[in-house]
Write a protein that binds this ligand. Structure first.
Ligand SMILES: [Zn+2]
Length: 339
């Protein structure tokens, strides 16, 4: 008996193996491969793409159009989180049907472009080449989204950390968004430019400070500092969320009765900190204040059912928060079919 596709489908694996005179799986596979050559290209193997598709996702908030752009990911050492408990981490990952992390925990980095109708506004700019080859994808994802850097009118920076400000300038001091004004909270600007404050912090933080200053410098003549909460651009309101840095700022998008809060780094670990908002990160300038801000915002967006958009929430970083006992649960948003 000849092995054909028909009897392969009709018979059981064992029966087909016996009919073909083979018992081992490998023999069966080679028989099927032999048949493939008889029926030509309909079974042609396709090489694996081995790369993810473009990190671009578009949705609307009223009349505002938002494009989420992935800058990439990095693997964070657990020592970044003083409260890190491996058993709890494994339980939370298992409960969310996630592959257990290895020794390090993966964090994505997202940026956003908001089209207000008459302005294109970039929110944060990723890491450029500061965190290795898995990061720095903002320029290629901007291209994939059809957004030219020259068309960006304003850059909002949630805070002046490396993974948020590194993409705005080249290392030789050229503005990569040549027509954009830079908008950042005054408290953050002052803190990272304060030589006295920097003399008291670690060498790492001093390096971050120097780097942030260098990135911001090309925009010094077109700089706006946010001094209080409220509307800064049509449909975009600044909201101070201090703790992670002194001037860490959220941006509330509000249009035609819809709201989304861009909350920057309120959460760093999507799988962990909704269930454990008491878990802090050592890069918080004030860890206690950061935790208070996190709890306050989680409470508020859960009660008001406001969607959140996060720099480090799993791409595209959009979802809702539900209360669960004393803590919270994250519900990622589903695909928006129309924009
Ligand atoms: Zn960050």
């Amino acid at each position: 008996m000849t092995l054909t596709r028909r009897n392969l489908l009709r018979g059981s694996l064992k029966a087909v193996g016996a009919a073909a005179g083979v018992t081992a799986g490998a023999g069966l596979l080679s028989s099927v491969a032999g048949e493939r050559s008889l029926i030509g290209s309909s079974f042609a193997a396709a090489p694996s793409a081995a790369v993810q598709t473009a990190g671009v996702y578009r949705f609307t908030v009223g009349t505002l159009e938002v494009t989420a752009l992935l800058d990439g990911y990095f693997d964070a050492d657990p020592s970044l989180v003083p409260e890190f408990d491996r058993q709890v981490v494994d339980q939370l990952y298992q409960a969310q049907f996630r592959d257990l992390p290895g020794e390090k925990v993966r964090i994505g980095v997202n940026c956003f472009v908001i089209n207000t109708g008459d302005k294109l506004v970039l929110v944060d700019s990723g890491t450029a080449d500061k965190y290795g080859p898995t990061m720095g994808r903002l320029p290629e994802n901007l291209r994939a989204a059809g957004i030219a850097p020259e068309s960006i009118d304003a850059i909002l920076i949630t805070h002046m950390h490396i993974d948020h400000i590194s993409g705005i300038s080249s290392i030789d001091g050229k503005a990569l968004f040549p027509n954009a004004e830079l908008i950042v909270h005054k408290a953050d600007w002052d803190y990272w430019h304060d030589d006295g404050a920097m003399a008291k912090v670690s060498k790492t933080m001093q390096d971050i400070s120097l780097h942030s200053r260098a990135m911001a410098l090309p925009y010094k003549k077109r700089l706006t500092l946010i001094e209080k909460d409220g509307e800064i651009l049509p449909g975009i309101e600044a909201m101070a969320l201090p703790g992670h840095t002194p001037g860490h700022t959220g941006f509330l998008l509000r249009s035609a009765g819809q709201e989304v809060l861009i909350w920057g780094d309120v959460i760093h670990f999507t799988a962990l900190q909704f269930a454990r908002p008491d878990w802090r990160v050592v890069f918080d300038t004030d860890m206690d204040q950061a935790e208070q801000t996190r709890r306050r915002m989680l409470d508020r967006v859960a009660a008001d059912r406001v969607a959140v958009l996060g720099s480090h929430l799993d791409f595209p970083g959009l979802g809702h928060v539900a209360r669960e006992g004393d803590n919270f649960r994250y519900i990622p948003s589903t695909w928006q079919y129309q924009v």
